[in-house]
Design a protein around this ligand. Structure first.
Ligand SMILES: Nc1ncnc2c1ncn2[C@@H]1O[C@H](COP(=O)(O)OP(=O)(O)OP(=O)(O)O)[C@@H](O)[C@H]1O
Length: 299
């Protein structure tokens, strides 16, 4: 078994690894023990043909910095995983990518985040089409309180993507087929989305996201509320979807990052420490902080 295959082993073996990890001495790194120089990003943060190009992104909640000078590209047709200890800024970064931080009053974002030649932080940008272009799937499945059909049809209808009912039906069927849900729900399209299982609800939310033709799908711990079988289905789905969309996933599970992503970005206390191919990050991390985290010495 290769090193990365060991990391990506199925979740029934993960519990045993957790036990092993507890044997390591825990290292508590305070801001004082890690100099700013040691927290410059190492690795290739940029790609030749980025879908999203982030430069010097800083985020503050009130006066408190949550992210510092993050420069990172999101490539086309890639799955990039954001990993790091709790509170390091992974979700904050994800929310920057479709201006979800706008919904937090005390939050201020600086720097540039370019997609299709436009800075998404430009005040003239309409966030409704932006959030269709850069869709988001949350930790807990959150279907609309509507039927299965309406959960999918709602977005294309408000974005004017279907000229009539026939086209709308086609989008609904295609989106459900692409997420592998069609066979499971084709006889219950009129039932509430909330009547589906948790894993089906999460795939419904992904189907709802792809129904409006996104370029990027943001996933904030999309499997944390799901069992291992539902998790496997979502991971297989991500693998299929990345041929058309860029996927950015925040995950607490290093095994999941190793299984699904092409590149991995490691955050620590608001800094982007290291970016690289997932294989390199998990087998030959360059930065000591990355190594300490992936070997379970802290976090
Ligand atoms: N709405 C908010 N108001 C104030 N501070 C916030 C808010 N959201 C996040 N923060 C702070 O910003 C920092 C980064 O939080 P964030 O949720 O992005 O981290 P994370 O890496 O995603 O954590 P976790 O893995 O626990 O979800 C933390 O110090 C957190 O307390």
């Amino acid at each position: 078994m290769t090193d990365i295959a060991k990391i990506a082993q199925p979740s029934n073996q993960i519990e045993r690894r957790k036990g092993d990890r507890r044997k390591h001495t825990r290292i508590h790194l305070s801001r004082a023990t890690v100099s700013r120089d040691n927290r410059r990003t190492v690795g290739e943060a940029t790609v030749s043909d980025p879908r999203i190009h982030c430069t010097d992104v800083n985020v503050f909640y009130g006066d408190k910095p949550a992210l510092r000078n993050v420069t990172l590209d999101i490539g086309c047709q890639e799955i990039i995983a954001m990993i790091g200890p709790s509170g390091c800024g992974k979700s904050t970064f994800l929310r920057c990518l479709n201006r979800m931080n706008d919904t937090i009053e005390c939050c201020r974002v600086t720097g540039s985040i370019m997609i299709d030649g436009q800075d998404i932080n430009d005040k003239s940008i309409d966030v409704v089409p932006l959030r269709a272009k850069i869709g988001m799937v949350f930790q807990k499945p959150n279907p609309f309180p509507k039927s299965v059909y309406e959960n999918i049809a709602f977005g294309p209808r408000i974005h004017g993507l279907a000229k009539d009912k026939v086209e709308l039906d086609e989008i609904v069927v295609t989106s459900l087929k692409r997420t592998g849900l069609w066979e499971e729900v084709k006889d219950r399209l009129d039932q509430p989305g909330t009547s589906l299982s948790g894993g089906q609800q999460q795939r419904l939310c992904i189907a709802r996201t792809i129904a409006v033709n996104p370029e990027v799908i943001l996933m904030d711990e999309p499997c944390s509320a799901l069992d291992p079988i539902a998790t496997t289905k979502i991971e297989e789905l991500m693998d299929q979807l990345c041929t058309d969309y860029s996927i950015v996933i925040v995950t607490h599970s290093m095994q999941q990052a190793a299984r699904v992503s092409h590149r991995t970005a490691y955050f620590h206390l608001g800094d982007l420490i290291e970016v690289g191919t997932t294989e390199q990050i998990f087998t030959k991390p360059v930065h000591q902080l990355t190594e300490d985290y992936i070997t379970g010495r802290f976090g």
